[in-house]
Design a binder for this molecule. Sequence first.
Ligand SMILES: Cc1cc2nc3c(=O)[nH]c(=O)nc-3n(C[C@H](O)[C@H](O)[C@H](O)COP(=O)(O)OP(=O)(O)OC[C@H]3O[C@@H](n4cnc5c(N)ncnc54)[C@H](O)[C@@H]3O)c2cc1C
Length: 415
Amino acid sequence: MKNWSGTVTFADSQTFAPVTTAELAEIVATNAKVRARGSAHCFNAMADTDAISVTFENLPHDLVTNKEKQTATVSAGVKYGELAVALEERGWALHNMASLPHISVAGALATATHGSGVGNGNLATAVRSLELILPDGSLKKVSKGDEDFEGHVVGLGLTGIATRIELAVEPTYSISQTVYRAMSRETYAANLDEIMSLAYSVSYFTTWAAAGGGEVWAKFRSGSVAPSALFEAYPATSNRHPLPGLNPEPCTEQMAVSGPWHLRLPHFKMEFTPSAGDEIQSEFFVDRKDAPAAIAALEKIAPQINEILWVTEIRAIAADDLWMSPHYQRDCIGIHFTWKKVDAVYEFVKVVEAVLAPFNYRPHMGKVYSASPEYIRSVMPKMSEFVRLVKEIDPQNKFGNAMTDNLIGRQISNL
Ligand SMILES: Cc1cc2nc3c(=O)[nH]c(=O)nc-3n(C[C@H](O)[C@H](O)[C@H](O)COP(=O)(O)OP(=O)(O)OC[C@H]3O[C@@H](n4cnc5c(N)ncnc54)[C@H](O)[C@@H]3O)c2cc1C
């Protein structure tokens, strides 16, 4: 089996898809190494293992909403797209979604998956409690307010195997999406704060070509009005795909047509292949105040970027308190690269990282990066506490894989 992009071949010795939580707990209790896998959308080896993997598609997918607490408790393996439909039917909504609805809730939270919006934290900031299976097969519930809660949520698969997750919800709302065409990177970078604050969720798509502008995808909540122009950019007169030249059919409704949140916040519809399909992704987060300078620094390598790029997307993510979130206590701008599926990407990310290092960038843990564990530790202030927590939860390193062992310095398994 491979990951979604086909770039990682999983080395599982066996894969189990349990049908009950008790069966899942038994698998965990009776095997020395077990790794949870969601919908396998990570672009790196985060979901890989050379031992036993467990998947969640056969576990019952139920949903319990709590009107007083304004929460919904969901099964870990449910896909955001399925959850969103069920929530909308009951009159509820999530605060945000990623660019695609195809990913599992637990897998997305484990890597701090995010959408956009200066006031929107990543998807993991909606977590109110987690039900986790521990290495001995026992069940533990961790709730917001409990000690170390913020360490468990973005867990990289190391803080227990999530079975059920309680998420904050709010009454359903509508979004209308307007795409503004022909905005130069110069104008964008010079007015970044104003542009990113234009709507509830804003993305800027651009290549790094010298000529031609990028596009601002603005998702307005009901009540706010899309301006008729945005600096030099003008509203598109037909639907757009974020990747230049592609058919917009897989994309969610645009042209300022208002509709339910879950059919506008992701860029892509559930029933289509998202993005290019044939691609690799990387993303690096910098402090929002540093973003114009970071973009200016990247201009110096623009021609090389363009040689292997489909498109760059720039998004805003609000600061949070989750230990392994790249948005930890930092209002961020995410500079994302949808690369062509070529080997050169793995060397070239080092060049991008060198350019962004003066800005203390933090990498997206589910995408391709090359930063050393030492570097990551230097920019993630809670990393040592996370390592302490993981060792307490899982002293025998049952849940780790080669990538996480390297990241958190557990090269030698105690087994
Ligand atoms: C086309 C495309 C578009 C994307 N767009 C975005 C985007 O808009 N924003 C963004 O931030 N990211 C984006 N991503 C990246 C993606 O959201 C992350 O890689 C995410 O982690 C994938 O979730 P998954 O369910 O596929 O998890 P997997 O890749 O299967 O696993 C990821 C991690 O979750 C852990 N995990 C899975 N299930 C459990 C569980 N039950 N308990 C504990 N740990 C578990 C795994 O062990 C692993 O560490 C995109 C990816 C693709 C392919």
